[in-house]
Design a protein around this ligand. Structure first.
Ligand SMILES: *[C@@H]1O[C@H](CO)[C@@H](O)[C@H](O)[C@H]1NC(C)=O
Length: 523
């Protein structure tokens, strides 16, 4: 009796303490890795007892009694297109790194997400209330307009290591002399050339934003978002004001993986939150392969979007030959059957990546270097050989090499020999594996898990009505004041005035003495 009373009391206490909030998560990018990150946020929030409405392109990934899915059906996946075909990318010399291309691509994605009828209906619904909105930042800031419809705080979610484009939204553009552009592979301290290159990246990026993307976004804002604000009889703020009105940035980053930037107080690093703390057991067959691998297991995967099948035929044959010569067992995520497969190479269509990396016999991860994969490598302490293909993969691998737990292979038709050399160099020197373990320790050594941190800060923003106490004063100071150009102006004016005065005085004295001399002569 007493114990059941106690448990009732505990439940009442818990309900009383854990207030349930209504949160809108906007993460409709059609890419599997983006969906994994969006799903992770939703999973943590619903598990913490909050109600979540989720705008996504993958309506079937999650189910939960507290979850409402809004299907952004227009955001078709680029997976099947040539943009993510390895051979196409190799032949085209096209790396998805051109910022203007990325801006256009992602602004179009944002437009599609807010314009689909399901999302428009959500915006229209006058009974709909949210306590906070979390939206993914991916080269588009159109979603900054949504909180104005629902009158609630805004939280950006940034998928990569912090860079100037997101930091300027809550603080200021950091110094390009030691902070890399989001897509740059440069790692500080920079050479002179790199420093100039980073300055160029920032200036060109800002030019693109102010002159190309912001006007387009403003137009989409007026077309798809502003009418709903007006509909609720509220004044329509400018998108420019809303852009800089976020309460927080949740960043998929951590110092074990990236750099130790100085960050504003409302940037919260939650890198690794998407990884389930309970690693699922391996299938019987995979477990047997891994348990019996006397010399360890190499896990080879080009990620969920790129596919090993799309390596050109001659390269595929070269890679198989290299892998066949190794004494280690290889598990290769590969979508088609491989005839004449060497005995030590096993093919899997789908791989339970965390479970494989978690196995003590896993000694190397050959990866395309997507951020989720490099994060998981550090989470489980496995060294990597990276073959970056596009976008942020080059920067991720460059960072991993710089940290000392990775080797890089350049994607090319004859990269098989380089792959062999780099695999051998990882195994010939124990420092790579040791570094991976050391970084894993740093990664795990946090006061709370990244998932708990995520939930805490979202709740904090709601409880404190937008966390105004965390906002950086730098947001309110125009750039010319930060450089003290006004003071410089004042000093110049004073100096010039004094100079003028002195000049006038000098002339007067000169005149007077002329006059005196003249008058003396006439005397
Ligand atoms: C900016 O955010 C705060 C707190 O979330 C909110 O109260 C305010 O209305 C927002 N400003 C605008 C212009 O929407």
């Amino acid at each position: 009796m007493a114990s059941s009373l106690l448990s009732v009391f505990c439940i009442v206490l818990m309900v009383w303490y854990c207030e349930s909030y209504n949160i809108l998560v906007v993460s409709p990018l059609a890419g599997k890795s983006h969906a994994i990150l969006g799903d992770g946020i939703v999973r943590h929030l619903t598990n913490a007892g909050h109600k979540v409405t989720y705008i996504t392109s993958y309506p079937d990934n999650l189910t939960h009694k507290n979850l409402t899915i809004v299907f952004a059906s227009d955001n078709v996946e680029v997976t099947e297109s040539q943009m993510t075909n390895i051979q196409f990318l190799m032949d085209q010399d096209f790396s998805l790194q051109d910022p203007s291309l990325l801006f256009y691509h992602f602004i179009e994605n944002g437009r599609k997400a807010v314009s689909v009828p399901a999302v428009q209906d959500l915006f229209k619904d006058k009974s709909q209330k949210f306590d906070a909105i979390i939206a993914e930042w991916m080269f588009s800031e159109l979603y900054a307009g949504i909180p104005a419809i629902f009158d609630c705080p805004m939280i950006w979610f940034s998928t990569v290591d912090p860079h100037w484009m997101v930091l300027k939204l809550i603080d200021e553009v950091p110094n390009s002399a030691y902070v890399a552009d989001g897509l740059s592979t440069d790692i500080p301290p920079y050479s002179f050339r790199q420093r100039v290159h980073e300055l160029y990246n920032q200036l060109y990026g800002q030019y693109l934003q102010y002159w190309v993307t912001y006007p387009i976004e403003q137009q989409y804002y007026e077309q798809y978002i502003a009418p709903h604000i007006r509909d609720k009889s509220k004044p329509v703020p400018s998108l420019e004001a809303l852009r800089y009105n976020a309460s927080l940035i949740l960043g998929n980053s951590h110092s074990s993986m990236g750099g130790a930037l100085k960050l504003p107080q409302n940037y919260v690093a939650i890198g690794g939150y998407h990884i389930d703390m309970n690693v699922k057991p391996l299938s019987e067959s995979l477990k047997k392969i891994m348990d019996n691998a006397k010399h360890g297991v190499i896990y080879f995967s080009m990620g969920s979007t790129l596919r090993s099948e799309n390596f050109p035929k001659e390269l595929k044959e070269g890679i198989i030959k290299v892998l066949g010569e190794l004494k280690q067992t290889v598990i290769w995520k590969f979508g088609e059957d491989l005839p004449n497969r060497p005995k030590n190479v096993h093919i899997v269509q789908w791989a339970p990546q965390p479970s494989i990396l978690a196995h003590p016999n896993c000694v190397l991860f050959i990866t395309h270097g997507g951020l989720l994969s490099t994060t998981e490598a550090i989470h489980f302490g496995v060294p990597i050989v990276g073959i970056p293909v596009f976008a942020d993969q080059f920067a991720n691998i460059e960072r991993a090499v710089n940290k000392g737990f990775a080797k890089k292979v350049t994607l090319s038709y004859n990269m098989a020999t380089e792959l062999k050399t780099q695999i051998e160099s990882i195994f010939s020197d124990p420092k790579y594996a040791a570094k991976a373990k050391e970084l894993s320790l740093i990664y795990h050594d946090r006061p709370v898990s990244p998932g708990d941190e995520l939930v805490h800060w979202v709740e904090h923003v709601v409880k404190t009505s937008g966390a105004p106490h965390l906002r950086s004063p730098a947001l309110m100071v125009p750039w010319y004041q930060k450089c003290y150009l006004d003071l410089l102006g004042l000093i110049l004016v004073v100096l010039l005035s004094v100079l003028c005065l002195l000049l006038k005085l000098y002339r007067k004295i000169l005149k007077k003495s002329d006059h005196n001399i003249g008058s003396k002569k006439t005397n």
